[in-house]
Design a protein. Structure first.
Length: 445
């Protein structure tokens, strides 16, 4: 029997009750990550469109964008901090309780962003407040992803569908990005010339409604069978973060590095495109938002398929296919953009998440399967979130700086190739646990 089956049997759950809890866990993890990524990625969209002008008005447009992306990056610095804090408690008190706190931290900090006065009102203190709030938001997101993936994976009844199950929390990222851009597009249209005054703030305020929905769903689920078994066997570790760094440092490091081909390109096509599209291509804000909306729809449709395919072809194989896709697509992407033909630009933007999601779909199971259950929240979260510092956070900044230095998109495409190479090498060094019973693998860890 698998870990989930043993724990479920010990908790007295019937097959029907277990399946019901699995469905609730999938809904809770998917909706939760959707809300969290709405909050976090909304900031990226508005940074590219608004924050340079509102909070750094004395800078040139390009420098203002670089400064705004610097504040954007602070959220990524907070993510490993959140991974350490909430990973500790996720492995100590459980997945459910920890995920409720991460939802509150991220949601309330997102609402606070919408309250920050502009430079015209309080000068540089507006940027200071944005930086502090963004850091807190990043800390909340840092603890969310690992718990959501485990909530889905640790209710699995068999070993053969973990890629499919853990792809549903991954669905939350492009779906949350879709909602974030939809909100910005709607209020851009509604507020018109007042978008820079109050229109951009409303999407941040809407987060409080979404947090209420997420809390209602998460309060109705049970703790995962795997963690209950860890408690019953008295295998809870006193300081899980230190223990996982001591016992499984290779897995933590490789988990961070393998994310390069989806993290950096993902934020280039999702956030940097607004800077490139408006300043270089001369496209309108709303045109770019429509393109990104299409990008998100294709992305969240494909991510679950990619996760499911990894159950058949192998986690590592599927991920490496995604890496190759990313490497090739970077050149196609910028070639289409640089034509400045609206239809071709739209196609480039709309399809740009497909290679990223080919990696992102199997990635959750690939990382989570690499860690022992009693250290899994800490190890999974640390590995995943450390990538935000080396890949996701710097990516829009690096892309903007490369274009400013070379006045060409070619260096950005080459940067994406480098990320893909790092991802392939890192993935090759990990063990593939596709369809294997990972409960017995770690009894000695």
């Amino acid at each position: 029997m698998s870990t989930a089956e043993l724990a479920a049997a010990g908790a007295g759950l019937s097959e029907a009750e277990h399946q019901a809890q699995l469905r609730r866990a999938l809904v809770a993890s998917t909706v939760g990550t959707l809300i969290e990524w709405y909050d976090f990625l909304l900031y990226g969209t508005v940074s590219a469109l608004i924050f340079g002008k509102l909070y750094f008005p004395n800078s040139t447009p390009l420098i203002g964008v670089l400064q705004a992306f610097s504040v954007f990056f602070i959220g990524f610095v907070g993510r490993p901090i959140g991974a350490a804090i909430f990973g500790h408690w996720g492995d100590r008190i459980g997945r459910k309780a920890t995920l409720i706190v991460t939802l509150l931290v991220t949601g309330l900090s997102t609402v606070a962003v919408g309250l920050v006065p502009s430079y015209a009102s309080i000068g540089i203190w507006g940027a200071v407040l944005l930086t502090l709030i963004r850091l807190i938001q990043g800390i909340g997101v840092g603890g969310e992803w690992g718990g959501s993936v485990l909530l889905a994976m640790e209710w699995a009844r068999t070993n053969k569908n973990r890629g499919f199950l853990t792809a549903w929390p991954q669905f939350g990222a492009p779906a949350g990005f879709f909602l974030a851009n939809l909100a910005v597009l709607f209020f851009s249209w509604l507020s018109g010339n007042q978008f820079y005054t109050w229109g951009w703030r409303i999407p941040f305020f809407l987060s409080i409604v979404m947090v209420g929905i997420g809390l209602y769903i998460r309060l109705g689920i049970l703790e995962t069978p795997v963690f209950r078994r860890v408690i019953e066997e008295e295998r809870v570790v006193r300081v899980p973060v230190l223990e996982v760094l001591k016992r499984q440092p290779k897995q933590v490091i490789l988990s961070a590095l393998l994310r390069m081909p989806e993290q950096a390109p993902g934020y280039i096509v999702g956030a940097f495109i607004f800077t490139y599209g408006t300043t270089v291509l001369g496209m309108s804000r709303d045109f770019l938002l429509f393109g990104v909306l299409a990008q998100c729809v294709l992305g969240f449709m494909w991510v679950v398929v990619a996760g499911s395919l990894s159950d058949r072809v192998g986690r590592k194989n599927m991920f490496m296919i995604g890496c190759l896709f990313v490497a090739v697509y970077g050149f196609i992407y910028f070639a289409l953009l640089d034509t400045k033909v609206p239809s071709l630009v739209f196609i480039a933007i709309a399809t740009s998440l497909l290679p990223v999601m080919t990696c992102y779909g199997p990635e959750a199971a690939l990382i989570a399967e690499s860690f022992t259950p009693r250290l899994r929240y800490s190890g999974t979260s640390l590995g995943y979130q450390l990538a935000s510092v080396i890949a996701g956070g710097p990516a829009p900044f690096i892309a903007t700086a490369l274009f400013a230095a070379f006045h060409s998109s070619l260096p950005i495409a080459l940067y994406m190739v480098l990320c893909a190479i790092i991802g392939i090498v890192s993935t090759a060094l990990l063990t593939d646990y596709t369809n294997k019973d990972i409960s017995a693998e770690y009894e000695a860890v």
